[in-house]
Design a protein around this ligand. Structure first.
Ligand code: IMP
Ligand code: MG
Length: 172
């Protein structure tokens, strides 16, 4: 597999991340926010967006994976638990990409079980075409077509996460 068309360059990504952060700042004002990033795909997005947030922020991560090669397996493994307590807190889940919806549906239920004060979801990319579970998403950066994307944290078999842009993956 090789890198195909660039969908979003680093400048466009930063502009979108700033726009999302602006909305989040407006919505939460001075309320303390617990950001829960889903690893590994969201590590760069989380690192970038938190630097534009103005309220007091706590950052935590959960590790999970639902992808084998480029097809969603529908089976999600959760590798580590949250370090921060969720109960009563304003929680924002931050994810790289929403595709079938299985991942966020499961994570959302798990976090709701821990009784947060509020829960919202922010995704950098939404790929609505293959949605199988409806997931309420509050902040969306880009809507993408049904292509497999890599870069800016997203991977193909653990590769390409380091690309500063988001590109389409294609066969050689
Ligand atoms: P879902 O459970 O099908 O919604 O899948 C969401 C997860 O699959 C995301 O956290 C991504 O890590 C991964 N994923 C979905 N689409 C892509 C893609 O186009 N490129 C890389 N990873 C993807
Ligand atoms: Mg992911």
């Amino acid at each position: 597999m090789i890198i195909g068309n660039v969908l979003f360059d680093s400048h466009e990504i930063q502009k979108t991340v700033r726009t999302l952060a602006f909305k989040i700042n407006e919505d939460y004002k001075e309320r303390e926010l617990l950001i829960i990033g889903l690893l590994k795909g969201s590590f760069i997005f989380v690192a970038d967006i938190v630097r534009y947030l103005k309220m007091p922020v706590l950052v935590d991560f959960i590790t999970l994976s639902s992808y084998i090669e480029t097809a969603s397996s529908g089976e999600i493994s959760i590798h580590c638990n949250l370090k921060e307590s969720v109960r009563g807190r304003d929680v924002l889940i931050v994810e790289d990409i929403l595709d079938s919806g299985f991942t966020l549906d499961i994570v959302r239920e798990k976090i709701l079980d821990k009784s947060p004060g509020s829960l919202k979801i922010c995704v950098l990319m939404d790929k609505p075409v293959k949605r199988k579970r409806a997931v309420p998403v509050d902040y969306v950066g880009f809507t993408v077509p049904d292509v497999f994307v890599v870069g800016y944290g997203t991977d193909y078999n653990e590769k390409f996460r380091n690309l500063p842009y988001i590109a389409e993956l294609r066969a050689e």
